[in-house]
Design a protein around this ligand. Structure first.
Ligand SMILES: Cc1cc2nc3c(=O)[nH]c(=O)nc-3n(C[C@H](O)[C@H](O)[C@H](O)COP(=O)(O)OP(=O)(O)OC[C@H]3O[C@@H](n4cnc5c(N)ncnc54)[C@H](O)[C@@H]3O)c2cc1C
Length: 486
């Protein structure tokens, strides 16, 4: 088995104890680092399940990923951990078919095309891709191509990713390419994203290569792995949380489920962790909850935590449909469809349907292992919605998207009719996405919080709201923060 990061480091004193608050990926990975270093660890998790947003659900007899379903291959972090946990043989790549885009053309008509290849967050690395003419229209493409001739300083001081793209490539690239990808993947608007946090090295690459498209091409070229930017696990990525739990139990880690930590205090060299049933004590503590819970626990200890305010991320609803529909065997829209925000903001047209979903994943087209498991004819579709729903009550079922809405959206996005009688089973889940660490102004707050945390003996804070959303970033940060307090 591959050892965790701690292998060459001096070990802490025998008998050292630690409490990890939160049993999502961040907490489980931090607990693993500490336990491998010989620390006696207790993980306290508020819900009945470990894994947080990395969790399974059962729909139509299938065990599927309920939250995260892929990992970024930009770094080897996830694959290394999976291998260390004995899941190396389950690492898989998605189908090469790629995703599609659903947008409104220059006349306001809905259209679907494959997403251009070689882009980062929807920003094209080449403006010669033929599909760009269809997506941007003639004028939009001409404006985008100005990027190559504009002085390299244009957009250099842009505050947001949206300002940068608008300045160099124009509004059509922003609305029809960047906003759907950023919204579908990160649940935020490019207006609220810090360009350098969203794409590290972007400003320097523009200065070096002279244009935004050349900078994107160069940054894509630097990726550790060509081709698809994500990978998965045969059987679902939720297995990594289960494997972590198994290993933690083997290492003697105590897991307390259904237990919410309410207070955190320090006296002398001890941390006191308050739960409804008991006060627990340890020499080290790792706060690994999502933003809101962490801010509540840390605010009495650190003024810097209060700077995050209410600290809630966006709420999203995921509708999973298992359907019997052989027409979907041909994967008519590749691995899925990202929807430009202008589509759901539009008023109903004479044709009737306005798509409210922000993305659709055709899971059986994206993951060959899932298609093999199911056999031809049966398909898994996952639609995501930003809450509250655009369009209000008529589209909602108790605040959630209704099954009728999901069927209508899936039909419009896949270009065929899916009827209620085609549905084998369905499920609706609500998640809160992490506060975006790449959001405007977040970088300075995160740096101030991290600096303040480092001044407090035996305290570590980790999780997607600080590390950046996505398992790869979360794992790397949890390892580093746990190492810091060893
Ligand atoms: C719907 C969805 C889809 C996603 N898809 C992908 C994807 O495809 N690829 C990818 O890489 N990433 C994806 N992500 C992001 C990824 O899942 C997260 O970045 C990562 O799992 C966050 O881990 P975490 O441990 O920081 O937080 P969480 O998973 O939120 O875990 C925090 C844990 O802390 C617990 N907790 C909170 N307060 C307390 C308390 N007071 N006491 C005790 N416990 C507490 C919570 O119950 C929870 O279990 C997705 C996220 C969502 C929501």
């Amino acid at each position: 088995m591959t050892e965790p990061m701690s292998v060459d480091k001096p070990l802490p004193e025998p008998g050292t104890t630690a409490i990890v608050v939160g049993g999502g990926m961040a907490g489980l990975v931090a607990a693993r680092e500490l336990a491998h270093a010989g620390v006696s660890v207790t993980v306290i998790e508020a819900s009945a399940h470990i894994g947080g947003a990395v969790a399974p659900h059962e729909v139509g007899g299938l065990v599927l990923d309920a939250g995260a379903e892929s990992y970024a291959t930009r770094t080897p972090v996830f694959a290394r951990l999976a291998e260390a946990l004995g899941l190396g043989e389950q690492l898989v790549e998605p189908s090469a078919a790629g995703a599609w885009l659903h947008f409104l053309d220059g006349r306001g008509q809905p259209k679907s095309t494959p997403l251009p290849k070689g882009a980062l967050l929807g920003i094209p690395g080449s403006l010669d891709e033929p599909v760009l003419r269809e997506i941007l229209g003639r004028t939009g493409l001409l404006r985008a191509k100005l990027d190559v001739n504009l002085p390299r300083g244009v957009g250099a001081k842009a505050r947001s990713l949206a300002d940068l793209v608008r300045a160099r490539m124009g509004q059509a690239v922003l609305d029809r390419l960047v906003a759907p990808v950023v919204g579908g993947v990160y649940s935020v608007s490019p207006e609220d994203l810090d360009p350098e946090e969203a794409i590290p090295g972007l400003r320097a690459a523009i200065a070096e290569h002279g244009s935004l498209s050349a900078a994107i091409a160069a940054l894509r070229g630097k990726a550790t792995k060509p081709g698809s930017a994500v990978g998965g696990l045969r059987g679902g990525v939720f297995q990594i949380a289960r494997a972590l739990r198994t290993e933690l139990e083997e290492l003697g880690v105590t897991l307390l489920l259904d237990t919410s930590v309410q207070t955190l205090k320090r006296t002398g060299t001890a941390w006191h962790v308050g739960t409804p049933a008991a006060q627990l004590e340890a020499q080290r503590v790792v706060v690994a909850t999502e933003a809101h819970g962490a801010v509540e626990l840390l605010a009495p200890l650190l003024d810097e935590a209060s700077a995050f305010g209410e600290a809630f991320g966006a709420e999203i609803s995921l509708v999973t449909l298992v359907v019997d529909l052989p027409e979907l065997d041909a994967a008519p829209r590749g691995t899925g469809v990202l929807v430009a925000p202008q589509v759901s903001a539009a008023h109903p047209t004479a044709e009737g349907q306005v798509v409210r979903a922000k993305a659709l994943t055709h899971a059986t087209a994206k993951w060959p292992w899932l298609a093999d498991e199911e056999g031809p004819g049966t398909h898994v579709l996952r639609l995501s919605y930003a809450l509250p729903l655009v369009g209000g009550a008529e589209t909602a079922d108790g605040g959630q998207p209704s099954l009728e809405l999901a069927l209508a959206d899936a039909s419009a996005l896949l270009g065929l009719t899916i009827r209620a009688e085609d549905v084998v089973d369905s499920d609706v889940l609500t998640w809160r996405s992490a506060l975006s660490a790449a959001g405007l102004g977040q970088k300075a707050k995160i740096a101030a919080l991290r600096a303040a945390v480092e001044q407090i003996d035996g305290l570590a804070v980790t999780g997607a709201w600080l590390a950046g959303n996505g398992m790869a970033a979360v794992i790397a940060d949890a390892q580093a923060q746990a190492q810091r307090i060893l």
